[in-house]
Design a protein around this ligand. Structure first.
Ligand code: TPP
Ligand code: MG
Length: 550
């Protein structure tokens, strides 16, 4: 005979799961015992939210669901933000939660919340396991659902009596690869015709272009067509060898320098655009033609309504599209002459020596210490716009940012996951002093896991992004500042290292030394955000006075 929890763990092993993140409760103890006897490592975190962010980032970086575990009620509810993060960000993840026994319970309603109902709007699938024998098929199905385009989170609730129930052994469901169909010939022909007619084409790489399976075919398409490209925030990462065609990243929806090219384009080939992102550009009447190329059809919005769609496996479909247009595009590079001036103005003041550091200089110095394949994971704050806009990437998924839920608190956990998956690469978390404190307890997890990780804290004593918006909207400065702990001593109390940067010349050497020293190293740097208004409001408004600040 075999226990329900053993079947669950065997089914997870069958899926190739090697780690589970979380905080177990009483109702998970059978599962914990089954894990003890398995090849799967149980990675304790200090908050379920961090476990969910880590599992989601596992899915984002590998294409295979990350797995996290929590107890019923309070533990399960702490997964909610992570569930939404994965749901909006299209990251495959499996959340496992416990529950009181369903056959008979002597605890009345103690700790009972309808977790399935609470997870329904935040997941692709949320189900209670009602029989041990069904576990292998249910787990196989949830993994398939999580990975299918559009990927996302799934949730299984395992009541404790089902976890402990003994049943006859049940065979596992074998896993097989599934190829995604390639776009229809008629769609490819139609798209090719539009591309051949275009006078000023541009390619846009969106969030789904960053899926691990996507990146190869896209590079070939850009190279073979020679059409310049820009990226959305989550499409950042770039086409290897195609960087001479990179025109910029849309950190804002309009008015930025990259929009000079977008505004002139008569065709945008939007590869992998997901309208969950803050709009990279605003479509309106009389704008460019848009071809939507992705795994799933476009969602039509007020600001995004493509004129043609190429739906199917992105890489192979683009290969077929390139076959139709390669060598027949005399106008491919029409907008390329704008590149130098766009990138030049974005890079303005990148080496300025003001103190406290300005965002432009910060982005510049961070880029110096991160090799091409190094990974920077951002929390959410003002600096995200600057990194999206100014930080150049050369390898896909090397700037992890969340332009979907845009939650604070995910920077450190997502960096920790990246460091676990890529121990050979330099990994840095960049957090505001606000966002860092939302999951700073995970420094203990990072130290316990012996990760090599630099955590850069941008210290402005405020919820800076909101304070900036408050000023832009002409509200008085009110209610958005706070005090901070001594971050260096705070890090040290966790057994991490800590450094404070006190001059502009010390920034780069401090970051470099933090990487060279290894382990978890927090670096506290004060930041001067006066550039936010000077550049992102005044300069860009002057460039295009007709459009108002959005
Ligand atoms: C969980 C969550 N709460 C609130 C917000 C709204 N919000 C967005 S940015 C921000 C301020 C971030 O402050 P900080 O982390 O210090 O970064 P800064 O902008 O100061 O660099 C807030 C409150 C959010 N995105 N997520
Ligand atoms: Mg701040």
């Amino acid at each position: 005979m075999v226990k329900g929890s053993d079947l669950l763990v065997a089914a997870l092993e069958n899926e190739g799961v090697d780690r589970i993140f979380g905080v177990p409760g009483e109702e998970n103890l059978d599962v914990v015992e089954s894990l003890r006897n398995s090849r799967i490592e149980l990675v304790l975190t200090r908050h379920e939210q961090a476990a969910a962010f880590m599992a989601a980032t596992h899915g984002r970086l590998t294409g295979r669901p990350g797995v996290c575990i929590a107890t019923l009620g309070p533990g399960a509810l702490n997964f909610s933000t992570g569930a939404a993060y994965a749901h909006l960000g299209a990251m495959p993840m499996l959340m496992l939660t416990g529950q009181k026994a369903i056959m008979s319970s002597r605890q009345a309603r103690f700790q009972i919340v309808d977790v399935i109902a609470s997870m329904k709007p935040l997941t692709k699938l949320s189900r209670q396991i009602v029989s041990a024998a069904s576990i292998p098929t249910l787990v196989r199905d949830t993994f398939r659902v999580a990975m299918e385009e559009r990927p996302g989170p799934v949730h299984l609730e395992l009541p404790e009596d089902i976890a402990g129930d003994e049943v006859e052994p049940v065979p596992m469901v074998p896993v097989h690869p599934i190829e995604i169909p390639v776009a229809h010939r008629a769609a490819l022909d139609r798209a090719a015709e539009i591309i051949l007619r275009a006078k000023r084409p541009l390619i846009m790489l969106g969030a789904a272009a960053s899926r691990p399976r996507s990146t190869f075919g896209i590079a070939g398409f850009v190279r073979r067509t020679g059409i310049p490209f820009f990226t959305t925030q989550m499409g950042k990462g770039t086409v290897p060898g195609g960087t001479m065609l990179y025109m910029g990243t849309t950190a804002l929806s309009e008015r930025d320098y990259v929009h000079e090219a977008i505004d002139q384009a008569d065709l945008i080939i939007a590869i992998g655009h997901d309208t969950v992102e803050k709009p990279p550009f605003i479509m309106g009447p009389g704008g460019p033609q848009v071809i939507h190329v992705s795994y799933t059809p476009a969602t039509v919005e007020q600001v995004y309504f493509p004129h043609a769609e190429v739906v199917g496996d992105v890489g192979p479909s683009l290969e077929l599209l390139a076959d139709r247009v390669e060598g027949r595009l005399p106008n491919a590079k029409a907008l390329l002459p704008l590149r130098e001036s766009i990138l030049g103005r974005v890079a303005d003041r990148a080496t300025e020596s003001r103190w406290p550091v300005t965002p432009q200089r910060l982005v510049h110095d961070v880029r110096q210490v991160i090799p091409e394949n190094g990974i920077v994971a951002l929390d959410n704050g003002m600096y995200k716009i600057w990194f999206a806009r100014n930080y150049r990437t050369y390898v896909a998924n090397t700037l992890l940012l969340d332009n979907a839920l845009a939650t604070m608190g995910a920077g450190l956990p997502s960096a920790m996951m990246a460091a676990m998956l890529h121990p050979e690469r330099r990994v840095m978390a960049i957090c505001g002093d606000g966002g860092f404190m939302m999951n700073s307890q995970e420094l203990e997890t990072a130290v316990r896991l012996k990760l090599n990780l630099v955590v850069l804290i941008l210290n402005d004593g405020a919820y800076g992004m909101i304070r900036w918006k408050q000023a832009v909207d002409n509200f008085p400065d009110f209610g958005l500042t706070f005090g901070n702990p001594d971050f260096v001593r705070y890090a040290e109390s966790y057994g991490a290292k800590g450094s404070r940067v006190t001059s502009i010349d010390a920034l780069l050497p401090t970051l470099d030394a933090a990487f060279k020293g290894g382990g978890v190293h927090l670096v506290d740097v004060p930041i001067d955000y006066s550039e936010n208004t000077r550049v992102l409001v005044d300069e860009l408004r002057n460039r295009n006075p007709v459009t108002d600040q959005g």
